[in-house]
Design a protein around this ligand. Structure first.
Ligand SMILES: [Fe+2]
Length: 403
């Protein structure tokens, strides 16, 4: 299938996505323009990142053009850093308290969207962000209430946060990355304008695209949730295929609009995938690489090794064969090898120890940290008893830790 046909297929999937209205590509700007009048004379708070990308990417001018009027009260909270922490979220909440926004628009990468989602929920519930860590805390505390949700405008193509119920925030009190899982933070609208990603540096492009690819593959391998959401397998295969087709070509043609559109579509599909079929061990372990490697590089390095471990489950082997037209191979093992080669060709080290600059004793830390999330261990494609996590992780990673 040609790239254009794949994008057409992706657009059809976007139309059927529940919870978030996805306006993609040429539809995004008119949709944004159409939605603004409903704000009336109320306030819209724009949350944006800490570098010049908000302006350089064209996101700022896109939003302002879409507003199309000068009297809208649209204050901005800028300088949201990568890896936002609870203190950052609290500052955004204070600003919300001052401005009392009707709408919050998160314009940026995953960090900006995650911070805005957490802050808007915290402000509306009156609950401190730390109290929101966990699964569905706000929904359980306010079972009757429907909260307002952010509008998202991604400027990278990786996280998929524009359509997910997830927000990753670092707990400033202990430095640990924590997760909010809450249906009520799924963005109401995702306005996906691939042209905003045209000027992304190569490294960011690769890191974020590989993150999206790992989302889609881990989701595809989540056989339990996959049985409840069989539709997600096709989204995942399409997403990986779009990345395989476009990412290598972007190294010599970084501002190619069609290739950038393919990555944006792949990332959004990846977000749809993990919303219904969440990730497992590579993502779980990637949290421990925080500060040692980028998120995308960490999950990409870990994926092939855990995937080979999962192949002990015949259903995983079968699911792996769905990617035979994407990563060439006659057997599941060959497909994983092809995928690993693809990651390496993108300049990413797949020996986790070499990537992070740690020796194999770090595997014990991975296991200890993983035990903090026993549900992820027990729902992995090959379940792991938390007490055996250290043994299993050494089994999986010892031979491949460094090269
Ligand atoms: Fe991720």
């Amino acid at each position: 299938m040609e790239l254009n046909d794949k994008l057409f297929q992706a657009a059809e999937y976007f139309e059927t996505n529940p919870d978030t209205s996805i306006a993609f590509g040429t539809e995004a700007f008119p949709a944004l323009h159409c939605e603004f009048p409903r704000i009336g004379d109320k306030t819209v708070l724009i949350c944006a990142g800490g570098d010049a990308s908000f302006y350089k990417s064209g996101a700022f001018s896109a939003v302002m053009r879409a507003v199309g009027r000068s009297d809208l009260n649209a204050p901005r909270f800028e300088n949201i850093p990568p890896e936002p922490d609870t203190e950052c979220v609290r500052k955004i909440v204070c600003r919300m308290e001052e401005e009392k926004p009707e709408i919050v628009i998160a314009v940026g990468g995953g960090s900006v969207m995650d911070a805005a989602k957490a802050a808007y929920l915290s402000w509306q519930t009156g609950m401190d962000v730390r109290a929101l860590f966990g699964n569905g805390v706000a929904s359980k505390a306010f079972p009757e209430k429907v909260f307002k949700r952010v509008w998202s405008l991604p400027t990278t193509s990786g996280t998929g946060s524009e359509v997910t119920p997830y927000s990753n925030i670092i707990d400033a009190e202990n430095g640990v990355k924590c997760l909010i899982v809450e249906p009520q933070i799924v963005p109401e609208y995702a306005f996906v304008l691939p042209e905003l990603t045209l000027t992304l540096p190569r490294k960011v492009t690769v890191d974020t695209a590989l993150d999206a690819m790992v989302h889609s593959i881990e989701s595809l391998l989540n056989i339990k949730a996959g049985k409840e959401h069989p539709e997600a397998a096709a989204w995942a295969v399409l997403s990986v295929s779009l990345i395989r087709d476009s990412l290598p070509l972007l190294s010599n043609d970084s501002e190619n609009p069609l290739l950038r559109t393919a990555l944006s579509a792949a990332a959004c599909l990846g977000g749809m995938c993990i919303k219904v079929c969440p990730t497992s061990l590579p993502h779980l372990c990637s949290f421990s690489f925080c500060g040692k490697a980028t998120h995308g590089a960490a999950v990409a390095a870990l994926l092939p090794h855990f995937w080979r471990y999962y192949l002990a489950n015949p259903e995983i082997a079968e699911r792996t064969m769905l990617l035979a037209n994407v990563f060439p191979g006659k057997t599941p093992e060959e497909i994983v090898d092809s995928c690993e080669k693809f990651i390496q060709n993108m300049g990413i080290e797949t020996a986790p120890g070499t990537l992070s600059g740690t020796d194999s004793s770090f595997i014990d830390i991975l296991a200890e940290n993983a035990k903090l999330n026993p549900v992820k261990l027990s729902t992995a494609p090959v379940p792991i008893d938390p007490e055996s996590a250290g043994t299993v992780f050494h089994q999986v990673l010892d031979q491949v830790w460094s090269r």
